[in-house]
Ligand binder design. Sequence first.
Ligand code: NAD
Ligand code: MLT
Length: 310
Amino acid sequence: MTPVVLIAEELAPSAIDVLAYDFDVRHVDGTDRPALLAAVAEADALIVRSATTVDAEVYAAGHSLKVVARAGVGLDNVDVVSATARGVMVVNAPTSNIVSAAEQAIALLLAVARNTASASRSLKSGEWKRARYTGVEVQGKTVGVVGLGRIGVLFAQRMASFGTRLIAYDPYIQPARAAQLGVRLVGLEELLRESDFISVHLPRTPETFGLIGEKELGMVKPGVRIVNAARGGLIDEQALAVALAEGRVAGAGLDVFVTEPTTESPLFAFDNVVVTPHLGASTAEAQDKAGLSVARSVKLALQGEFVPDA
Ligand code: NAD
Ligand code: MLT
């Protein structure tokens, strides 16, 4: 019988073409839980992005599952421990969208610095208000990078060209490695106290969830601008709303939210908060790379061949 590959979220057409040749490709909405559990019962492979929760219940329903593929970086929606216990392989595409994610963080940072979104909204509504939307320059400012991994490094390298002073908090990185990049490693408290801009580039884990909460936002340099294009919940949303209301935080750029999808948040009420609906990886290039990478891995896994690191 032809193995079934179940695609639970949007995947690049080029990747679907790769799979359709050898496999029975089926589609389901991964956020529709009953539909997912029914469809996975016949699947040999399951492909998801970030909106589908792949947990023990999914593995129990997927009697024939051999591989779960995450078309992207973060594996916080895939229970890898349960997969391993059931002998299901988990693959992702760890470098596919890192440039896009870093560029999205920079786009948000600049939009917050220059009030781009609110000024655009204002002009389109018939106002011409130049003074109201005066911003700040990035050059000469201290930029704090929380998490100096693949995306944090790309973000830092690009921000260096703006003439910024770069500091980072990442206890798992060697100071020499950071120094090579022109970044000074500091503790979290020092980063919070010194940064004019903070950008978070962490995975969501039990350790990082809520890493920047009420206490940490109480330590920031007044007027800091904060960007999160990594994962919702790394910065506590309630605490951020309070810090924005008090003016301690001058603006925020947010691509991700603690609950997704969402169309409501106290943060949406602030004119100095720029939001996007988890678009960090939503570029033609990143989607092609992520889709093709997982399509190749799924193909190898279902053909019983060695799956190299993507
Ligand atoms: P990475 O694993 O290369 O880097 C993560 C870094 O965080 C590592 O250097 C690690 O040492 C550091 N880290 C881990 N725990 C830490 C802690 N407690 N304190 C400080 N640093 C810590 O991952 P990456 O490719 O840079 O991606 C980071 C995250 O970005 C992903 O896990 C994913 O959740 C998110 N992401 C979002 C989008 C998007 O569409 N918005 C796209 C891609 C990735
Ligand atoms: C990722 O972790 O790769 C991103 O959040 C992108 C995505 O899921 O689409």
